[in-house]
Write a protein that binds this ligand. Sequence first.
Ligand code: PEP
Ligand code: MG
Length: 937
Amino acid sequence: MATTTLPNTEIMETKPTETKSASTKYVYFFGGGKADGNGKMKDVLGGKGAGLAEMTNAGLPVPPGFTIQTEACREYMRHNAVSKEVNREMEEALAKLESLQGQKLGKGENPLLVSVRSGAKFSMPGMMDTILNLGLNDQSVEALAKRANNPRFAYDSYRRLIQMFGNVVLDIEKPVFDEIFDAKKKQKKTKFDTGLDAKALQEVIAEYKKAVKKHAKRDFPQDAIEQLVLARDAVFRSWNNDRAKSYRRINNIDDMLGTAVNVQAMVFGNLGDTSGTGVGFTRNPASGAKEFYGEFLMNAQGEDVVSGVRTPVPIFELEKIMPDVYTQLRDITTRLETHYKDMQDFEFTIQDRKLYMLQTRNGKRTGLAAVRLALQMVEEGLIKKEEAIFRVEPSQVLDFLLQRLDEKDVKPGDVLSSRGLPASPGAAAGQIVFTADQAVEKAGHGATKNPVILVRKETTPEDIDGMEIAAAILTSQGGMTSHAAVVTRGMGKPCVAGAGDISVDERKQEVRVEGKTLKEGDWITVDGWTGRVLSGKKKLLPPDPGDLEKLREFMGWVEPYRTMKVRANADIPRDAKKAREFGAEGIGLCRTEHMFFGEQKIPHMRAMILADNEKDRRKALKKLLPMQRKDFEGVFEAMDGFPVTIRTLDPPLHEFLPSREELMVNIATLSSMGAKEKKELVAKYKDYGAKAAGDLKKLLPDLLKRVEQLHEFNPMLGHRGCRLGITYPEITEMQARAIFEAAVAVAKDGVKVYPEVMIPLTATLNEMANQAAIVNRVAKEVFKEKGRTVEYMVGTMIELPRAALVADEIAKEAQFFSFGTNDLTQTTWGFSRDDVNKILPTYLADGIIKQDPFAVLDREGVGQLVKMATERGRKTRPTLKVGICGEHGGEPSSVEFCYQTGLNYVSCSPFRVLTARLAAAQAAAGEKLQIDAGRTK
Ligand code: PEP
Ligand code: MG
């Protein structure tokens, strides 16, 4: 999270204070060219507050105000209220603001109005709440109308306040206000908000106030201070709303950080045609191109631009409308970029031709842009290479592996729309869903198996869970900085936004385009590189080699720092080859059971399992031997010159057989079956020896008997791993033979081969010794038979807490350890890895645990076992090679932990190899250069 936006100014940051001290300063003022805080204080002031302070100190035109620091939010979370001191300091700051402005909050002929906005350390776009125009009431609205000489503007601002305040502070659902507003538009026969005049807006205000009374059982507060206090507390509460919690979980942000609240004098972009508001980036955040980039709207307030309600205008158009303001904006943002040494994401408002800066921060970007910007800025001399290497998040390299549309597969009639904006790159095909809930329901946990495209008019922060699971997002409204665009870019998934020629009817659950109507479940393809939407499931192509070239250049800077090796988990030659392309330095886990599921192998595997004596078992294993040897040869060849860790059989044998229930049903219904059904059943059981219908009568009960023998209540804790190899030593024998015969065969052809035979799920030295003895004996036999030897090792997986505890003993026999953190997490937590999702969502939502321990290595618990086992193992065997091959091996924070713990390598799926390489290099570079890569928070 932090590395993409890490300017060197952030390195010195202090950690948030856990408890307040007597000298805690709660409120930081900014205005009049001077601020109490500065840009380094993100922990205290949040990103927005720190940016406002820094810009004020730099003499930029920033409306004055004050920031209530994050400790007040933490205090609010603990006690459901802030301390008196917070109120006292806030009153003091308000008095200072009033005196600087020569205005009083919500009072007098020229009333002061303020905005109240959230602002956490890490930007969480749209997740928390904001209130604008605070200070307006029945009196001050009249004063504003007079002063601005624009009653319509004043009433519009007031109705917006009641609406925002009603929703955010008083918890009244948005549609309550929308219905009143839409009814008024209908009554006045206008489609647009601007079609309502001052009188109509006064009527809206009266009805809004009635709605407040009805739903909140209180009047809309007329006292401006009361408004301020209530708004501040509501913003604090919004830190813990569901969408903010989801966002933090997805982005790995600590729940305890809290948000700051920024109270700032209002400037108005909706004061008429000489006012406006916009957002922008100093460079293109999607492609990384060096171009001024953004959008604005004249006569509008900030929310109008980002919410996607009106489609904004490209920023360069501002040059035609107000050349002076445009030049000033370019000048200021260039200065900001030079100051922060990073691409800036800024917000501005023009009030009556005067420019105000409302925010600046390091902009979020795609992986593609992150790499390009890092290269560009080093070339420009803006940053050093040492800083640049932290500007790319390890997971962002996935962007370089993203799919593109195969243009050869696109016929003109396929294009439903080409008017959308290419908001986030990548291409995906999927079935249409219209709501976030439908997305979650339909995609389930097989999001890649069952891809869905979330189609909305515009997305809102409530959609976060659906967006997370969807393969791509399509919206008919909104621009490049809309919610959908910003969030998907961060997620690295394709998005087409603002496809204006598409009409999305969310109520009827239909998309209408080009005279066609599409429904839920229809397939479409979304091209986030160009902004096109196509009907059907189009062919997709792997990424552009030109982009990969840039990534290669960037990796060339980072890689020299890396000391820990990165391997891949691969079971078949094709995956092994892919892994080598991504730079894997060997295979850390080859799961041999996957090799047994092949069509030719499964009958022999089943025969082996069904055998009730050693002789028959050996007969079946003999058939498997040449097939397994061939698989190993392929993997060794692909990994020429690199080690290959092959694990002996791990899963419980019943996984290869039909289920008990299925057999029972077949047996019970057999006698009443017709000829056709019996024929189907014979085909189904042909691998078990069924040749004709007559065979079934004996075969099925025999099969059931064996299945029942193998049945276990807790298979994950049962007859699996080395326990199989110990009870059926001939299995380990056959596998060892296949490994060594393959190794010798490819070595003869000049392939450099280093097999590492890995015994799964050991808990004792004796288990290890038992299996190592078999492997060593077979190796000797094969080497003698073939007249050739190869170097090899025998080691174990550490997947059980007991193994970690007695690692010093196990290391007497094991020449290497590989942490199977999937099972080690399962056995340490006592969470079933297959069923944990029944518990996990609640645990995460309630903050009982911060992260899914199966995704991010639990440093506190499982990590302790990893550390201890490594130390104990190396005490016995100082040269012990130690790695990790659980899913955590490709997750950046876990990779960093592995580096810090002194592991020799991490191993992960081929597509995560690049991510792991970058994470491992950043971890080493961070240590060397003393820069916190930010993953330990
Ligand atoms: C593990 O347990 O971490 C591991 C890699 O093995 P598997 O996932 O095959 O159980
Ligand atoms: Mg395992």
